[in-house]
Design a protein around this ligand. Structure first.
Ligand code: AMP
Length: 378
C-alpha cells in the first residue's frame, strides 16, 4: 500500500483516488479550497501552494507526489523533489506551463505547430501579425486554460483592442488554424520507460471548453502513427512519468500541435468505462512504478461534458452501458461539474443512444457533432 499525494483537489484528483482505491492505495490531496471536490473521496490538507511548512507535513505522509493541476508554481514542484518523489518531473511541468516553450519543443521533436511568435509589446504584436497573417489567436503564455486568456484577431483594427485586453504579461500570437477536427493522444509512460497510448480521441470545444469526445476516432493509420510517434518522442524527451495529453489539430493531412497537458485529461475520461485500464488507473500505476494496463478501446465511447450545471441524470442512467459522473461541485457558469460516457459495441448503437439522450435532455445540439462524426465513418 502506498500513499499518493496530489497537488490540486478537483475532479481529476477525485477520479485518480477512485481509480487507485481498488489497488489498495491511499491518497492525500492538498488544496487551498475548502470545497475541493476530491475531499469527498480522499483526505484533504488545506494549504496554499507556497506554504512550505504545510508541504513538509504533506511530503512526510506520502510516498509519491503528483498533480491534478499543471499550474502549480515551479518552486513548489522543485521544492517537493527534495522531499519526496515527484511525477511528472518539474521540468516537464514547466514546459507545459509556457505556451512559447511548449511550441518551441514541439518543433524540436518534429511536431508541426501553427505559425507563432512571442509578443511582449504592441510593436511585437504588429510584427507578429505580419508573420502569422489574419485571423490569428493571441494567448497568454502562462496560466491560460479552457480558452481563458485568449483573443481572436480577425482584422488589423483588432490589434489594439486585443493588446488592451491581454497586454502586460508575456503573450504568444498563433495563426488561426481552420482545422477539420481536434484530436488528442492520451498516453502514459512509466518509471521504467514503458510507453502506452490510448486510441486517438476526437474532441469538440464550445467557448474554448471541451464539450464532447469520441473514441476511437478512425483516421488513416499513417495519421494515428504520426500522432503517437510525436507523443512518444515528447514523453521521452521530457523523461515524462505518468499520463499526459497531446492536443492536436488535424488540417488536411497535417497534424499540428496545440498543447500538452501534463496530467490526466478531460478528453481521456471515456477510458474509465471504454477501456480495461483507465487513464486514472494507468497514472497511478505509472507513478508507483507498476506495470501499465491495457489501453485498447472496448467498442466505441462518447463523452459528454456537463458545464455550469448538471442535467437530469435519468435519461442517461436509463441507457445500457451509460455512465454518469457527478463531481460533487456546486453549479457555476463555465465550471466543469460532471460528465456522462455512453459506450456501445458499434457506431450504429452509439448513435441511437446519443440520439435518445440528446432528445430527452433537449441537448440535440450537444450530441449532433458526435453523431455526425459517427455517421461519417459509417
Ligand atoms: P487552448 O487553450 O490553446 O487549448 O485553446 C482552446 C481552444 O481554442 C482549442 O481547443 C481550439 O478549439 C481553439 N484554438 C486554440 N488555438 C487555436 C488556433 N491557433 N487556431 C484555431 N483554433 C484554436
Amino acid at each position: 500500500m502506498s500513499t499518493i499525494g496530489i497537488l490540486g483537489g478537483g475532479q481529476l484528483a477525485r477520479m485518480l483516488a477512485i481509480a487507485g482505491a481498488p489497488l489498495g492505495h491511499r491518497f492525500l490531496v492538498v488544496d487551498s479550497a475548502e470545497d475541493a471536490c476530491a475531499a469527498q473521496v480522499a483526505p484533504l490538507m488545506r494549504a496554499d501552494w507556497r506554504d512550505f511548512e504545510a508541504l513538509r507535513k504533506f511530503a512526510e505522509q506520502i510516498d509519491v507526489a503528483t498533480f491534478d493541476f499543471e499550474n502549480v508554481p515551479s518552486e513548489t514542484a522543485e521544492w517537493l523533489t527534495a522531499h519526496t518523489r515527484v511525477f511528472p518531473n518539474p521540468a516537464a511541468l514547466a514546459v507545459a506551463q509556457d505556451r512559447l516553450v511548449e511550441k518551441t519543443l514541439f518543433g524540436e521533436i518534429g511536431l508541426d505547430t501553427p505559425v507563432f511568435a512571442a509578443v511582449d509589446s504592441l510593436a511585437d504584436l504588429r510584427a507578429a501579425v505580419d508573420r502569422t497573417g489574419l485571423p490569428a489567436v493571441l494567448k497568454t503564455r502562462r496560466l491560460g486554460y479552457d480558452g481563458k486568456g485568449q483573443s481572436i484577431l480577425r482584422q488589423h483594427s483588432d490589434i489594439e483592442a486585443a493588446w488592451a485586453a491581454l497586454g502586460g504579461v508575456p503573450l504568444i500570437l498563433e495563426a488561426f488554424v481552420p482545422f477539420e477536427s481536434e484530436m488528442s493522444v492520451i498516453a502514459v509512460r512509466s518509471r521504467s520507460g514503458e510507453f502506452r497510448h490510448y486510441p486517438l480521441t476526437r474532441n469538440w470545444h464550445r467557448d474554448g471548453i471541451l464539450s464532447a469526445s469520441l473514441a476511437p476516432v478512425l483516421v488513416d493509420e499513417d495519421m494515428e502513427r504520426r500522432a503517437v510517434a510525436r507523443a512518444r518522442a515528447l514523453a521521452e524527451r521530457l523523461d515524462y512519468v505518468g499520463v499526459f495529453a497531446l492536443e492536436l489539430f488535424a488540417w488536411g493531412d497535417r497534424l499540428l500541435g496545440n498543447e500538452m497537458a501534463p496530467r490526466v485529461h478531460n478528453s481521456g475520461h471515456w477510458t474509465i468505462e471504454g477501456t480495461a485500464c483507465s487513464q486514472f488507473e494507468n497514472h497511478v500505476r505509472a507513478v508507483l512504478g507498476l506495470p501499465l494496463g491495457d489501453t485498447q478501446a472496448q467498442g466505441c465511447s462518447a463523452m459528454l461534458n456537463w458545464i455550469g450545471e448538471l442535467p437530469d441524470a435519468t435519461p442517461v442512467l436509463a441507457e445500457a452501458r451509460a455512465h454518469w459522473h457527478d463531481y460533487g461541485k456546486s453549479s457555476r457558469p463555465g465550471r466543469k461539474v460532471g460528465h456522462a460516457t455512453l459506450c456501445a459495441a458499434s457506431a450504429a448503437e452509439l448513435i441511437e443512444r446519443l440520439q435518445r439522450v440528446g432528445r430527452a435532455l433537449d441537448r440535440e445540439d450537444h450530441v449532433a457533432p458526435v453523431i455526425a462524426a459517427l455517421e461519417e465513418r459509417g
